[in-house]
Design a binder for this molecule. Structure first.
Ligand code: BJW
Length: 254
């Protein structure tokens, strides 16, 4: 399926990605059969209360994710988004990702906002501790690491339910002048990421959804925030979509 949208030079493009974009790299998605939540209670592993109750269980969950991350590589979907950024320019492109796997940066994307944190970072669980989040790839399967500054348990630098997402101000700024918004590989179940499409649309952006399953698609759901739906695997759809956008890139609008 081709897109009816055309970009002009200078247009601001915002892309939101979710777990589906990393699925073809071999990273499990969250919901549904075989998803990361299967066999885990999300209250136990993805809330600050779950961490307070059993930090070792949470570290075991994220250590398994860190270990799995070591063996995966970016896929054609990630690489297509690198090409799109290079074509429109880093200053006109913003890639907002809910993914914590770092695969967009590994692929070569530069303007990336990881709104749900990063698997490769650890931070102190105490709110007022001066320790900065730091990068590490250690597994903590059998011990809970402690903060060298205040002695509180260290935790993965991941945004759990009930916590504020990262880069809120930068996300807001990117949406202000957005002309094209593409959401890819996300179930749209988690706030506030699931509001970004309608926020972009309210600012006049054209909106495209790329997803394996239909999520309130345009034409079926009259209230859909998306103007266009491309159903399929992002690793197969995004390269073609990006090719079209790049080859039809028009002159700067006056
Ligand atoms: C493919 C594909 C392929 C597959 N190609 N597609 C009541 C109480 C407390 C809070 C709330 C509440 N009601 C609402 C809230 C707010 C809450 C929320 O949204 N909850 C809902 C679930 C009900 N949100 C928050 O708490 C957020 N903070 C916040 O709102 O702060 C203000 C606030 C605080 C308190 C109260 C109210 C407001 C923070 C959200 C943090 C989310 N964190 C997680 C887990 C940690 C990360 C980790 O461990 O890795 O982030 S949740 C999990 O879901 C993860 C993901 O980033 C996120 C989104 O999932 P995603 O990416 O969409 O994946 P899936 O699996 O759902 O979907 C994959 C899709 O891909 C599917 O559709 C497939 O079809 C598709 N697909 N293969 C293309 N090859």
């Amino acid at each position: 399926m081709s897109t009816r949208f055309r970009l002009a030079k200078g247009d601001q493009v915002v892309v939101l990605t979710g777990a589906g974009v990393s699925a073809e790299s071999g990273v499990a998605t969250f919901r549904g059969t075989g998803g990361l939540w299967e066999g885990h209670s999300l209250e136990q592993v993805a809330t600050p209360q779950g961490f307070a109750a059993d930090p070792q269980l949470v570290w075991r969950f994220y250590s398994a994710r860190r270990k799995a991350r070591r063996t995966v590589e970016p896929n054609p979907g990630h690489r297509a988004l690198v090409a799109l950024e290079q074509a429109v320019g880093e200053d006109r492109f913003c890639l907002i990702t809910q993914n914590v796997d770092g695969l967009h940066t590994a692929a070569g994307s530069r303007h990336v906002l990881e709104m749900h944190g990063a698997l490769r970072r650890t931070r102190c669980s105490a709110a007022n501790c001066p320790l900065e989040p730091f990068e590490e790839d250690l597994l903590h399967e059998d011990e809970v690491p402690m903060c060298p500054r205040c002695g509180s348990p260290l935790r993965p630098d991941i945004v759990w339910f009930g916590e504020s997402v990262l880069h809120d101000a930068a996300i807001h700024k990117a949406l202000l002048k957005c002309r094209l918004f593409i959401a890819a590989g996300t179930s749209g179940t988690v706030y506030p990421a699931n509001q970004l499409g309608s926020r972009a649309k309210a600012r006049g952006a054209a909106t495209i959804l790329v997803n394996l399953e239909p999520i309130d698609p345009p034409g079926v759901d009259p209230d859909s925030e998306f103007d266009e739906f491309h159903q399929g695997r992002s690793g197969e759809i995004l390269p073609g979509l990006v090719d079209q956008l790049i080859s039809n890139l028009g002159p700067k609008e006056s």
